[in-house]
Write a protein that binds this ligand. Structure first.
Ligand SMILES: [Zn+2]
Length: 275
């Protein structure tokens, strides 16, 4: 009974803190300043999160009241990537989470899906996210002759460009980066991609979300292998991605508390190899 009462008091304190949190001029909207539903109700931790998100646009601002407050550290970068979309069910949910945490990522799209769901491709670019190529039919590029390889790349590029055609100003969200399906590469794939002015884009940290593990296990995998400047592999299409969505929210929340931020690995000018 005592514990129950304490929890209620904690929640009341948390609500008070949320209302009392000062909003700087460039503050994120108040609805972004609360920890995700189901997250820690520990007031200290929640308050740190609130301040971190509210101060996001001014990362140099010193912590005034709390020496232990996690700050956005320029060296604590993670590169999130999402393969196998666009998907009308899962991609919008992932876009919403990324926006909530001010995170930018790269979506490696399957050309066939971009043809089927051009509005979702457009939504990805409109949300400020970057797009790379993941082949048109999601087949192993190592098994293809040159003509089929060429079609896998160029047809995907064209499908995405068509999806973005109503917004030519967003064309630079399509990057010259190619992620081979199944990570299947050999010298020929590297050379052919290079000849078409594409860079092969692999990853360091496989969340293994494709194995059907839970969101909590996805977070545990990321925590176990976490290092700055890692490229993280997740999926926004192909099958039910509800656990990926759940895991992404946990990862964004936990890593943000640790001072990490999320940048695109591939940009209009190519890949960012910082380390
Ligand atoms: Zn894939």
């Amino acid at each position: 009974m005592k514990k129950w009462l304490f929890s209620i008091l904690n929640l009341a304190a948390l609500a008070g803190l949320a209302l009392a949190a000062p909003l700087p001029a460039m503050a994120a909207p108040a609805h972004q300043a609360l920890p995700p539903v189901g997250q820690s109700a520990d007031p200290g931790r929640a308050q740190a999160f609130i301040q971190l998100v509210n101060n996001w646009t001014a990362p140099d601002q010193p912590a005034e009241n709390n020496q232990d407050l996690p700050q956005a550290n320029p060296d604590l970068v993670i590169y999130l990537t999402f393969d196998d979309g666009p998907d009308p069910d899962w991609t919008p949910q992932i876009l919403a989470l990324l926006q909530k945490y001010h995170a930018t990522a790269v979506f490696y799209e399957i050309g066939r899906n971009a043809r089927t769901y051009p509005q979702i491709s457009l939504q990805v670019a409109e949300a400020g996210q970057m797009i790379g190529l993941h082949g048109y039919n999601h087949i192993e590029l190592t098994k293809l002759g040159y003509n089929d390889f060429y079609r896998e790349v160029i047809d995907t590029r064209d499908a995405i460009l068509d999806a973005l055609s109503s917004r030519p100003d967003l064309e630079d969200h399509l990057t010259p980066c190619l992620r081979p399906p199944y990570g299947a590469v050999n010298d020929s794939v590297y050379n052919r991609a290079y000849d078409l002015n594409y860079a092969i884009s692999m990853w360091h940290l496989d969340t293994r979300d494709w194995t059907g593990i839970s969101g909590e296990e996805i977070l545990a995998t990321v925590e176990r292998e976490l290092e700055p400047y890692r490229v993280v592999l997740m999926h926004d299409g192909g099958e039910d991605r509800s656990e990926t969505v759940r895991g992404l929210e946990l990862v964004l929340h936990e890593l943000t508390l640790r001072g990490y931020h999320f940048e695109p690995y591939c940009t209009a000018t190519g890949q960012e190899y910082n380390h």
